[in-house]
Ligand binder design. Structure first.
Ligand SMILES: [Zn+2]
Length: 715
């Protein structure tokens, strides 16, 4: 890791979100809707919102490389985590005290939602219609202790007003202090709700709760504690209280009408370049990916008894799919173990004893294949089969197992769009990149909608034209196309790329959906290799960091683009889901939760003020408000992401680097719960996300323009 920026010393930790609970949630809202039982068969995979027993359980999950779908958060005093798991893993967690509260997305939902989106788009095209406009709009969107209201914000979304508060007690060491917030609205209604204690690294931070519905605009809020403490009454502030310029008449948007595969994205890039020749360059990023390819593999023997995994050294599509492997009994006494390859059949003739009985073991056969056919085949003894007699078996057909029939198998060239009137480095640069994580299908919709809005309106809207005069915009719609192809065609929940760095038994094809590198854990700053938390050395983990920093083509491409264009000063790493807006530091060390250095006061102010503007622009579309408690440094929204890209862009390249998690929880008034939307929701939701977050990216361009103007004015 190279860090060449200067910083202020790590300031007092400003925790927006943490979650060590120390007392049961008295008076808490009811848990999950009891009428909706959560059922998941042992082998079915799903995204499940799970209420964990405690912080230790979350720490264990992170340490063992659990596949966390979004950032854990607290609700009613308990930690909620969305996990990708199967029924038996869920049963194990439940036995350890966790409770499933929502099935967010089941296996196959994504495939169905993709197909539905394409069908609906075709039907609309046939009927001469456009994609449906986004959903609803909103209008605005003798006391022992002393209490201080640190934050009190309100906002309205979908016609419902919410209030969120954060209050600190001076009785910091008393884990039993209960704090209640009371509110009064403009029209005189009153009510109250409890807050819950939060600690980080064993240190008390404050009391807090999720946004609570209130009937109207709250005008007064105060807090009382069980120790008799009373806060001053405060007037809750409007969040984010930033309003982008209204869209001019005739502003063009809504360019997304179905989920887009990498092939679709490639075609879209090509079309934009053709249609807006004067405003667009297409940049081929330097590292080709592996491609939608895998080694061909198969079991020789019965895995339940005695078997080898045999795989091709080359990829299946390189003439290795369909190759056969077998063991044979030579039918004569005293024969040696031999290996031969002819006519696409690998034949292992087993050794025999004086009585003509085969005597080769699994290990001997694997060693013989590896020694005599090292350029074509790799043989691995199946777990539990070591030292067993090798059966006469096969022929087994080797296959890469890939289901996608319309995906080119060759290495993929990842492309960036460069938009602007002056694409020569003379203007401040902005980078938006998406789909580091394959399954986050809504994210390229966001960046492509953003790109096309800028281009289409540049011809008709003077304000957009002016932005393209002043700002140099870079967009990578899909950083991880191979993983995305796998996610669309083979396994909807694929997060990582397709490169399999596993060795030995971990290469067993039964692990095929767990291979790959987590691109957003493969960067150089605050990485797993530097001792930071939130990535894994286990090649089967959802957060596998790779073999080294920047070992992967995909992460190298993002950095290469940023390095080649030093005018880039702002970046947005677009992920899903959960409704977060974050910035560095994004990681902390295991020992004492020491984060990467905090930004300076000035930079923190820039991050927060810009965030409010961008959150305001997101809300402009359909009223979605990213919570104040989910707007802040990555490490503070509860988990550490070692080796993420924003940290490298910020600490090493001096770029103001943010992360979106698009797909905010939706409020369900019937259950009084916030509900997760998942990675691949029914298309209407993904479409809504693309529209609102594209608006957020347009505001980021305005932030960059204003920043450059202020720098110029300062000389
Ligand atoms: Zn992600």
């Amino acid at each position: 890791m190279i860090v060449r920026r200067r910083w202020t010393a790590a300031a007092t930790t400003v925790i927006l979100f943490s979650a060590v609970l120390s007392h049961p949630a008295s008076g808490a809202a009811a848990p999950a809707d009891p009428a909706a039982p959560i059922a998941l068969s042992a082998t079915e995979t799903a995204v499940v919102r799970v209420q964990l027993r405690d912080q230790a359980q979350l720490d264990r999950l992170v340490a063992t490389g659990a596949d966390l779908a979004n950032r854990p958060r607290a609700r009613d005093g308990r930690i909620l985590a969305d996990l990708v798991l199967n029924g038996s893993q869920l049963a194990e967690l439940t036995a350890q005290g966790a409770t499933a509260v929502q099935i967010v997305q089941r296996a196959g939902d994504g495939t169905r939602n993709h197909a539905d989106s394409v069908r609906a788009a075709q039907a609309r095209t046939a009927a001469g219609l456009r994609a449906p406009a986004a959903g609803q709009r909103t209008t605005a969107a003798t006391a022992v202790d002393t209490l201080q209201v640190q934050q009190a914000y309100w906002w309205t979304t979908g016609g419902q007003t919410f209030l969120q508060a954060q209050v600190a007690t001076t009785a910091t060491d008393d884990p039993d202090v209960e704090i209640t917030v009371s509110w009064r609205t403009a029209d005189g209604a009153t009510g109250s709700f409890p807050l819950y204690r939060f600690e980080d690294s064993g240190e008390y931070q404050y009391h807090y709760n999720l946004p609570q519905p209130v009937p109207n605009r709250p005008v007064q809020l105060s807090a009382t504690s069980s120790l008799g403490g009373v806060s001053r009454a405060v007037t809750p502030a409007l969040w984010p209280n930033a309003f982008p310029p209204p869209l001019p008449a005739g502003y063009q948007k809504d360019f997304i009408d179905a989920y887009l595969t990498p092939v679709d994205i490639q075609a879209r890039i090509k079309r934009l370049a053709r249609q807006y020749r004067d405003l667009v360059d297409v940049i081929d990023l330097p590292n080709k990916t592996q491609g939608y390819r895998r080694n061909a593999a198969g079991y020789l023997g019965d895995p339940a008894v005695a078997a080898l995994v045999v795989e091709s050294v080359r990829f299946g599509d390189q003439n290795m799919n369909g190759v056969q492997v077998r063991t044979v009994d030579p039918g004569r006494a005293n024969r040696p173990l031999t290996v031969g390859y002819r006519d696409r059949v690998l034949t292992v003739s087993l050794a025999t004893d004086t009585a003509g009985k085969t005597v080769s073991t699994t290990d001997e056969v694997a060693a013989a294949i590896n020694a005599r056919q090292p350029d074509r085949f790799r043989a691995i003894v199946e777990d539990g089969s070591a030292g067993l007699p090798m059966p006469v078996a096969g022929p087994t057909r080797l296959d890469d197992g890939l289901q996608g029939t319309e995906v080119p198998a060759r290495p993929w060239t990842v492309q960036a769009l460069r938009l602007g009137v002056h694409r020569d480095g003379s203007r401040v640069g902005v980078l938006a990149y998406s789909q580091e994580h394959a399954r986050e299908w809504a994210t390229p919709l966001v960046t492509l909608e953003f790109a096309e809005r800028m281009l289409a309106n540049a011809r008709t809207d003077p304000a957009t034209r002016e932005l393209l005069e002043q700002v140099d915009i870079f967009v990578i719609p899909t950083v991880n196309p191979d993983g995305a192809n796998y996610s669309f065609n083979d396994f909807n929940f694929q997060r990582k790329n397709l490169v399999n760095h596993c060795t030995g038994a971990a290469r067993d094809p039964k692990n095929r959906t767990s291979w790959g590198v987590d691109i957003n854990r493969n960067y150089t700053v605050g990485s797993y290799f530097d001792g930071y938390v939130g990535a894994s050395a286990n090649c089967l983990s959802g957060n596998y960091a790779g073999t080294a920093e920047l070992s992967e083509a995909e992460s190298g491409n993002v950095i290469a683009l940023a390095q080649d264009h030093p005018n880039i000063k702002f970046a947005m790493n677009v992920h899903s889901y959960g409704g977060y807006f974050m910035w560095p530091p994004g990681a902390y060390r295991a020992d004492g939760r020491v984060t990467l250095p905090r930004p300076s006061i000035d930079e923190s102010t820039l991050f927060l003020n810009s965030a409010r503007r961008i959150v305001g622009a997101i809300a402009q579309e359909r009223g979605t408000v990213t919570w104040p408690s989910q707007t802040g440094p990555v490490a503070d929204v509860l988990y550490s992401a070692a080796g993420n890209s924003a940290d490298q862009l910020y600490y090493e390249l001096g770029i103001f680097a943010w992360d979106f998690e698009v797909g905010n929880d939706r409020w369900n008034p019937a259950t009084n719960q916030w509900e997760g939307v998942g990675f691949q929701p029914p298309f209407d939701e993904a479409h809504g996300e693309s529209q609102e977050y594209a608006g957020g990216l347009v505001e980021m361009v305005r932030v960059a323009r204003d920043y450059a103007a202020a720098e110029a004015a300062a000389g």
